[in-house]
Design a protein around this ligand. Structure first.
Ligand code: SF4
Length: 490
């Protein structure tokens, strides 16, 4: 169920992160606009932490970025370093306590941290803290993100980082260099102590993270689109296995683990903004190329190509271009659906898909349609969509999908569903076509999608399509949303 109680939520991205180091700038407002640009990556909670060099202040709340912050809240956050976060919970634990940035304070240091991704060995890491989060503020950690935050300020870990327990704490950077190689799974992190902004990306680089230059400062963000919006110039991607530290002494970088790049292929399909660039290639252009490929692999005899807005639009453009079938709008989307916290009444819930999409009857009636969608997860949306289009008078409905069948769950930060809930985990494409009531159904091939990304398969994670997990997940855990029994996902 999504926020409206509808039964087939789209894949949920598990967070956007943003960090800025910029003396003399209003860093809270820069973080606000950065998060505003990343709102699509997480719409359940938002938060910003700011440091003035000696003290960190955090403001976080449930809701959209624009609901969480107003002018007085941002004005109160004074300083020259900020980290921001917007979140989806991947476990349903959508509560304030899990909003980020997480914050931990000890007598020697404080830390605020934002995480995009999912760890798969949280229990193992939590054990490093000792009983009840010893040496990390004394509070037991409750999520994968909180465990990392606690470890980075833990006296135990900092002592071991220094190699001598009697030595003075070695600091967050040394602790991070010890802890990060031990963390398994997906993490793009932006964090700060009182004086330094840090950014780190797991050795596989599952989730994106980029570095940008501001006049007089630096920015790190989940997507290049967030750099554009705050006026920062793209410098480079944070490399898989890299830890970057930014403070008054400049930008330093260290490699904490050998890179084994496996960037998320699904970022190209749905997750990233179309105006974002990944590995030098625009996401919009990639999606258009996938649409062209789809037309070549699964042609259709039809009168009109329509997208399922908005994420199906670029692929529909590509399909129309390659097939010569005219492109048009056939569905109108309410852009605000899914962004309310008001529970729908039963009468409203029964309206189902019409809360999200409404057909343009004049455009559809009597036409043979190609309907292009970005992906099929459970299949409920497409079933309702096909029925709605037929009801609106469509003569034929040919569904084309700009990704291969999603057959496996994601353990690296995206909440699709369990394998049992994934329609392609149970049914063949022919059976899915019958199940959703379409005249024909075609998915782009995994090779086609991979080629369109411009990256070789060896540098991508494609696990939700082929079950090949770059970081192995125990067979017993593959049917679960929740790993380790701890709240995960950020
Ligand atoms: S399993 Fe799929 S969604 Fe998850 S990181 Fe890999 S490609 Fe992305």
């Amino acid at each position: 169920m999504d926020e409206l109680g509808l039964e087939d939520p789209p894949p949920r991205e598990a967070c956007g992160v943003f960090g800025v180091w910029a003396p003399g700038e209003d860093v809270a407002k820069l973080a606000y606009y950065g998060l505003y640009a990343l709102q699509h990556r997480g719409q359940e909670s938002a938060g910003i932490a700011v440091s003035d060099g000696s003290r960190i202040m955090v403001h976080k709340e449930m809701g959209l970025v624009a609901q969480v912050f107003d002018e007085p809240a941002l004005t109160a956050l004074r300083g020259h370093i900020a980290v921001g976060h917007c979140r989806y919970s991947t476990t349903g634990a959508s509560v304030w306590a899990n909003a980020q940035p997480t914050f931990r304070s000890t007598p020697t240091t404080s830390l605020a941290l934002g995480h995009n991704g999912n760890l798969i060995n949280t229990r193992e890491l939590a054990a490093l803290l000792g009983p009840a989060g010893q040496g990390s503020g004394g509070i037991a950690a409750t999520s994968d993100t909180d465990v990392l935050t606690a470890l980075f300020v833990s006296d135990r870990v900092q002592h071991s980082a220094a190699g001598d327990p009697s030595w003075a704490p070695a600091g967050v950077e040394a602790a991070a260099a010890v802890v990060l190689p031990l963390a398994k799974g997906a993490y793009s992190l932006v964090f700060m102590d009182e004086q330094t902004l840090y950014a780190a990306r797991d050795p596989h680089g599952f989730r994106p993270l980029v570095l940008g230059r501001l006049k007089g400062g630096w920015v790190v963000a989940s997507e290049t689109a967030a750099l554009d919006i705050v006026g920062a110039a793209f410098v480079r991607e944070i490399a898989p296995g890299e830890l970057v530290c930014i403070n008054g002494r400049g930008v330093r970088s260290r490699t904490f683990a050998a890179p084994q790049p496996s960037g998320c292929l699904f970022e190209y399909v749905y997750l990233a903004r179309p105006d974002t660039t990944i590995s030098g290639q625009g996401v919009h252009a990639t999606r258009v190329a996938v649409g062209r490929r789809l037309a070549a692999e699964h042609p259709a005899d039809a009168d009109l190509v329509i997208p399922v807005p908005e994420s199906g639009t670029p692929a529909a453009i590509g399909f129309a271009e390659a097939s010569g079938i005219p492109f048009g709008q056939g569905l109108v989307k309410n852009p605000y659906v899914g962004r309310t916290f008001i529970q729908p009444s039963q009468t409203i819930r029964e309206r189902g898909i019409k809360l999200k999409l409404n057909p343009l009857r004049d455009a559809i009636a009597g036409r043979r349609l190609v309907v292009v969608d970005d992906s099929i997860v459970r299949g409920n949306t497409q079933r309702a969509l096909v029925a709605m289009l037929r009801e609106a008078g469509a003569a034929e409905v040919h569904v084309r999908v700009a990704s291969p069948p999603v057959t496996w769950p994601c353990f690296y930060g995206i909440d699709f569903a369990t394998r049992a809930e994934l329609i392609a985990g149970r049914l063949s494409p022919t059976e899915i076509c019958a199940s959703i009531g379409a005249d024909s159904l075609g998915y782009v091939s995994l090779e086609g999608l991979t080629e369109a990304s411009g990256l070789p398969a060896s540098r991508l994670c494609r696990a939700c399509f082929d079950g090949q997990y770059p970081v192995p997940v125990a067979a017993d855990d593959r049917g679960k949303h929740l790993l380790d029994g701890l709240s995960v996902g950020s």
